[in-house]
Design a protein around this ligand. Structure first.
Ligand code: FAD
Ligand code: NAD
Length: 465
C-alpha cells in the first residue's frame, strides 16, 4: 500500500456509497489508473450476507464472514480513500455528498461535504415494517452483522430465563416460543438454523428444555419461498413439518406487543400468541437517504420501492449518478447476485468512459498538430468508436440456493435452457461448496471451514455474551 499512487487532481473522482455487494464488486474491478476513488460507508467492511443466518445461532462466528474494505482495495494502483461514515444527503444539482461520523467516538470534525464527478449509489435497503405497531420496539431483524449477534444473545437469554429456578410452565412455553415473521429466504434459513441449534445443542446442554422449544414461521402468502419452484416449496414445507417447525401461511402480523403478537388468520380472525423472541424478516424498503434523493427528483423518481434507473444503471434525473443493488426498483430481485453483477458492470463502463475521454484528448491534439498523418487520426477515431459502445446491463442468473436446516438445502439451477430443482443433503454440500468458493478471501475460507469443523467437533458455544 505504501507504493500506491496518491489522489490526482487531474483525474475524475468516483464516490462510492456503501461497502456491500454492489459496491465491493465495483471496488474489486475498478481501474484506479483512471480515477480517484472514495468509499463512504457506516461499516468499514463487506458482509457476506448469505451466511448471516448461520451467525445468529453460533454456527459461524461474526468475524468469519466479513472483510475490511481497506483489505479489498489494498492492491489498487492508486490509494482508495475509505471513510467510515454515513451519507446523509446527496445534492444532484451541485454533485456533492454530505456524510457524517455516526460512531460512538467523534473527533472535532464529524461531518463534511465532498464533490463527485461520478457517484455510485449502493446503500442497499432497510427492513420493511409496513408501519405495523411494535415491530421496531420488540422484534429482532436479520440484515446486518450486529443483528445476528443480538439475535444470538437474545436466544440464549430466552433459554436461560426459561431455565431460571421456579419458572412456571406457561412462562417456559412463552420464552421457548421463537417466532419468525416472513417466509422469504431469510425467514426460512433462520428457522432452519434454529432447528439445527435445537437438535445439536439444546438437547445436550438443556435436555429439560429442548422439547419445549417451539419454532413458528408466519407468512402472509399461501406458501413460503414464493420465488422457488413448486416442488422445492413442497419439499421445504415437508422438511419443516418433519422438523416440527410450524408454518402458518395466509397469516398476517397486525401488531407486536412486548410478549405477545397479534395475528390475523385466513378467516380474518385475530389471535394473540405469546412468544419469547420474534424475528422480523418481512422484506425490504428504501432507506431515508434514498427517499430524500427521490424527493429531489419528483418528476422522474416516483416509485416507492426504490430508485429508477435506465438500462445502463444511470439514475433517472441524476447526471453522473449510477444506482445499483437493493436501493433500486428494477425487474430484478433484490439479491446479492444482481448487485454484484451490477457493480462489475459499472466498473467496466467507467473504464470505457475514461478511455474514451483520453482518446478524445489524443484526437484533439492530433487534429491541432500539422504533423499528424490521416491514418493516425483514423486509427484513433476507430478506437473511440469501439470504446463508445457500452452495452446495456444484462443479468445472468446463476440459480437460487437456500439452506433449510438438518443438513438440507434447496436449489433452483438453470440447466440446458431449463431449470433443475433439487433438494436434500447433496444440495446442502453443493450449497456449502458454492459459498466457500464465493467467499472473498483465503482468510474467510479458512475461518468459515474452521467454524464448521469446530461445531462438528464441540457443538455450538451456548455462553451468552
Ligand atoms: P448491501 O449489501 O446491503 O450494502 C449496502 C451498503 O451500504 C452497506 O455496506 C451499508 O453499510 C451501506 N450503507 C447503508 N446506509 C448508508 C449510507 N447512508 N451511506 C453510505 N453507505 C450506507 N442474496 C443472494 O443472492 N443470495 C443469498 O443467499 C442471499 N442471502 C441473504 C441472507 C440474508 C440474511 C440477507 C439479509 C440477504 C441475503 N441476500 C442474498 C440478499 C443480498 O444480501 C442483497 O440483495 C445484497 O446485499 C444487496 O447488495 P447491495 O450492495 O445493494 O446492498
Ligand atoms: P422477502 O421479501 O423475500 O420475503 C418477505 C416475506 O414476508 C414475504 O413472503 C411476505 O409475504 C412476508 N410478509 C411481509 N409482511 C408480513 C406480515 N405482516 N405478516 C406475515 N408475513 C409477512 O424478504 P427476505 O427473505 O428478507 O429476502 C429479501 C431479498 O434477499 C430477496 O430478494 C431474497 O431473494 C434475497 N435473499 C436470498 C437468499 C437466498 O438466496 N438464499 C437468502 C436471503 C435473502
Amino acid at each position: 500500500p505504501g507504493q500506491q499512487a496518491a489522489h490526482d487532481a487531474s483525474k475524475k473522482t468516483v464516490v462510492v456509497l456503501g461497502s456491500g455487494w454492489a459496491a465491493t464488486s465495483l471496488l474489486k474491478k475498478i481501474d484506479t489508473d483512471y480515477y480517484n476513488v472514495v468509499v463512504i460507508s457506516p461499516h468499514n467492511y463487506f458482509l457476506f450476507t448469505p451466511l448471516l443466518p448461520s451467525v445468529s445461532v453460533g454456527t459461524l462466528e461474526p468475524r468469519s464472514i466479513i472483510q475490511p474494505t481497506r483489505y479489498i482495495t489494498r492492491h489498487k494502483k492508486r490509494r482508495v480513500e475509505v471513510y467510515e461514515g454515513e451519507a446523509k444527503s446527496v445534492d444532484v444539482e451541485n454533485k456533492t455528498v454530505t456524510f457524517a461520523d455516526n460512531s460512538d467516538i467523534k473527533g472535532a470534525v464529524s461531518a463534511t461535504t465532498i464533490p463527485y464527478d461520478y457517484l455510485v449509489y449502493a446503500v442497499g435497503a432497510e427492513n420493511q415494517t409496513f408501519g405495523i405497531p411494535g415491530v421496531r420496539e420488540h422484534t429482532c431483524f436479520l440484515k446486518e452483522l450486529p443483528d445476528a449477534e443480538k439475535l444470538r444473545t437474545r436466544l440464549m437469554d430466552c433459554v436461560e430465563t426459561a431455565a431460571f429456578k421456579g419458572q412456571e410452565d406457561a412462562e417456559i412455553d412463552r420464552l421457548m416460543h421463537i417466532m419468525v415473521v416472513g417466509g422469504g429466504p431469510t425467514g426460512v434459513e433462520f428457522a432452519g438454523e434454529l432447528h439445527d441449534f435445537l437438535v445439536d445443542d439444546l438437547q445436550s446442554w438443556y435436555p429439560e428444555l429442548a422439547n419445549r422449544l417451539k419454532i413458528s414461521l408466519i407468512e402472509a402468502l399461501p406458501n413460503v419461498l414464493p420465488v422457488f419452484s413448486k416442488q422445492l416449496i413442497q419439499y421445504t414445507e415437508s422438511t419443516f413439518k418433519a422438523n416440527k417447525i410450524d408454518i402458518l401461511t395466509r397469516t398476517m402480523v397486525r401488531e407486536v406487543k412486548e410478549k405477545t403478537v397479534v395475528v390475523q388468520d385466513e378467516n380474518k380472525q385475530l389471535k394473540e400468541i405469546p412468544y419469547g423472541m420474534l424475528v422480523w424478516a418481512a422484506g425490504n424498503t428504501s432507506r431515508q437517504i434514498t427517499r430524500d434523493l427521490m424527493a429531489q427528483l419528483p418528476d422522474v423518481q416516483n416509485q416507492r420501492r426504490g430508485l429508477l434507473v435506465d438500462e445502463y444503471l444511470r439514475l433517472l434525473g441524476g447526471d453522473g449518478v449510477f444506482a445499483l443493488g437493493d436501493c433500486t426498483a428494477t425487474s430484478y430481485a433484490p439479491t446479492a447476485q444482481v448487485a454484484s453483477q451490477q457493480g462489475a458492470y459499472i466498473a467496466r463502463a467507467l473504464e470505457q468512459m475514461a478511455k474514451k475521454e483520453q482518446l478524445e484528448e489524443t484526437l484533439h491534439s492530433l487534429r491541432a498538430s500539422s504533423n499528424s498523418k490521416p491514418e493516425e487520426i483514423e486509427a484513433v477515431v476507430k478506437q473511440i468508436n469501439k470504446v463508445s459502445k457500452i452495452k446495456p446491463f444484462h443479468y445472468s442468473h446463476q440459480g437460487s440456493l437456500a439452506y433449510i436446516g438438518s443438513e438440507k438445502a434447496v436449489a433452483d439451477l438453470p440447466f440446458f435452457n431449463g431449470n433443475l430443482a433439487t433438494g436434500g443433503m447433496a444440495t446442502f454440500l453443493f450449497w456449502r461448496s458454492a459459498y466457500i468458493s464465493n467467499l472473498l478471501s483465503a482468510r474467510n475460507r479458512f475461518l468459515v471451514l474452521n467454524d464448521w469443523m469446530k461445531v462438528k467437533l464441540f457443538g455450538r458455544d451456548v455462553s451468552r455474551e
